[in-house]
Design a protein. Structure first.
Length: 362
């Protein structure tokens, strides 16, 4: 049924299948991709940042390459051969930001957010929330994890050969907790390595991106305030953000969007000492998961748990802005709250929390 539905909606060539909202803050937003290192131990991320306004600026593709449609088709639809139909439907959609735009200088330095994606997604599928945060004066680094939880990802070897890392389901006979727990620790460590990358930049160390687009990372050197750093994520990325607080004391706080708490071992809960904002959707969380969040809030009076009524799990991703028929073909029922309203509620709550706990002027 899904392929037929997608085919009927094949107007992606007009670029009308997805309309992501521009940032509502005072800054124009720029965007670039950064890949460092020639092994899977390197890092791959999409960077969102305040930029100088430029007429006629190019906008990046929401789905950066056709291979990602294949990964999405395999994970979301269970049919990799649907990728060409998915590509027709959404392959030409753009993100309303300036691709490789010039960084807007900031004498006091921008605060930094490391963002961790959910299972079966990748670095570009949270462009709406990342754009919104950047428009209010944050630099946001949206990671693409290499723990086999992304729909797909890749790295470039020293010989300029692309090696792809596919999504992996829990192997037969293996307990899900142990498989996902290993992944969440790798993901949190990748968040820490991303912070180290920006610390190196701020310290004046040359950090060459191996991608050919030519955005000069050295411009970040005097434009970041790394005393104000947070970690944020959705679903699997939400619990990744919580664990990253344990692994790295430089993270001042975490924002966990509809966090999937299952993979975190109980022994680590007493070690989460920094404040966390849990922003949940109405339809995703279980009593067991909320109980784990409450366990953290009982230890830290500044940790907060809020639920946005009328929302489903995908409302905290860019998928919320797909047309209704295409959304229902892929995910089923959508929330009753308008996705623009849901994004506004989520971003305003996150901004207030970040400004408070990163000691920012409001």
């Amino acid at each position: 049924a899904e392929p037929v539905c997608l085919a009927r909606l094949g107007c992606g060539s007009m670029g009308g299948m997805l309309a992501l909202p521009p940032g509502q803050g005072p800054h124009q937003v720029g965007c670039t991709d950064v890949m460092v290192g020639h092994t899977r131990q390197g890092l791959f991320l999409r960077l969102f940042y305040p930029c100088l306004a430029r007429a006629g600026a190019a906008e990046p593709l929401w789905i950066p390459r056709p291979e990602y449609c294949g990964g999405l088709a395999a994970v979301a639809l269970g049919r990799r051969w649907c990728s060409s139909l998915l590509s027709i439907a959404i392959g030409s959609c753009k993100v309303p930001v300036s691709w490789n735009g010039a960084l807007k200088p900031c004498s006091t330095g921008y605060p930094l957010i490391i963002f961790s994606h959910g299972m079966g997604t990748f670095r570009t599928l949270y462009s709406s929330i990342c754009t919104e945060l950047a428009s209010w004066g944050f630099v946001v680094a949206a990671l693409e994890h290499r723990d086999h939880s992304a729909a797909t990802t890749y790295f470039c070897t020293a010989e300029a050969v692309e090696e792809w890392i596919p999504f992996q389901r829990v192997p037969q006979g293996q307990k899900e907790f142990y498989f996902r727990n290993k992944q969440v620790h790798q993901r949190a460590q990748e968040c820490v390595r991303a912070l180290r990358l920006f610390q190196d930049m701020a310290g004046g160390r040359a950090v060459p991106s191996i991608l050919p687009q030519g955005w000069d990372l050295s411009v970040l050197k005097d434009n970041l305030d790394l005393t104000k750093v947070a970690v944020m994520g959705h679903s699997f990325g939400g619990v990744t953000a919580v664990l990253a607080l344990v692994k790295e004391p430089s993270f001042g706080c975490a924002v966990a969007l509809d966090a999937w708490m299952f993979p975190l071992e109980n022994l680590l809960y007493p070690e989460v000492t920094k404040p966390v904002l849990f922003i949940n959707t109405e339809k995703f969380q279980t009593p067991e998961s909320v109980a784990k969040m409450k366990r953290l809030s009982s230890r830290n009076s500044q940790t907060r748990i809020v639920t946005v009524l009328g929302t489903v799990h995908e409302d905290q991703t860019d998928f919320a802005f797909l047309p209704g028929k295409l959304f229902s073909c892929i995910f089923g029922r959508r929330g009753t709250l308008d996705p623009h309203r849901a994004l506004a509620i989520t971003s305003q709550a996150a901004l207030a929390f970040l400004q408070r706990h990163l000691s920012m002027a409001q």
